[in-house]
Design a protein around this ligand. Structure first.
Ligand SMILES: [Zn+2]
Length: 169
């Protein structure tokens, strides 16, 4: 009985260790992204909601790349997010979310596997983004055991993006 409790207690720790892997392997979603273009707005309140994402301002049409290898789980047109992509990493531990896209790359579809660095869409201002400041709204969600694309715990992407930009140099 005591042993069972020990193993159960260890499980979240083991999961957490494995879970960090895809974030640590990220490449920047925009080629040539500079640290100066990154600002941690995760905790900011936007339109009455905690932002829980990072906005990367880029000209409309700038290619957006998959930050990790994985699967396009959902292409969703949302009122606030506009054209969005939900990408699961290989282990289905994290979901990477790209929003306000002007559009998807030709041929992109749900269930498709993508490699890190593949162009998946283009920066835009669809949804509730200001048309004068096209940007990529980028978020990371830790998926629950059910692995539902619409249900996850937001993780601040800022440290992972900073590390990715430094590695890309
Ligand atoms: Zn945003």
């Amino acid at each position: 009985m005591r042993l069972c409790v020990c193993i159960a207690g260890l499980l979240p720790v083991l999961l957490a260790v494995g879970a960090t892997s895809s974030i640590l392997e990220m490449t920047p979603p925009i080629r040539g992204l500079a640290l100066a273009n990154l600002r941690d707005t995760f905790e900011e309140v936007h339109d009455g909601h905690k932002h829980e994402a990072i906005d990367i301002v880029e000209p409309k049409g700038t290619p957006v790349r998959a930050v990790v290898s994985g699967t396009i789980r959902k292409l969703f047109l949302s009122k606030p997010g506009g054209n969005t992509i939900y990408e699961f990493d290989e282990m289905e531990v994290y979901c990477y979310y790209y929003a306000h896209l002007d559009g998807y790359v030709k041929g992109l579809r749900e269930g498709m596997r993508v490699a890190r660095g593949d162009v998946i869409g283009f920066v835009g201002s669809t949804g509730n983004a200001d048309a004068r400041t096209p940007h990529l709204h980028f978020a990371i969600f830790e998926l629950g055991p059910e692995r539902l694309w619409w249900k996850g715990k937001a993780v601040d992407p800022y440290p992972g993006l900073v590390a990715a930009v430094k590695r890309a140099k």
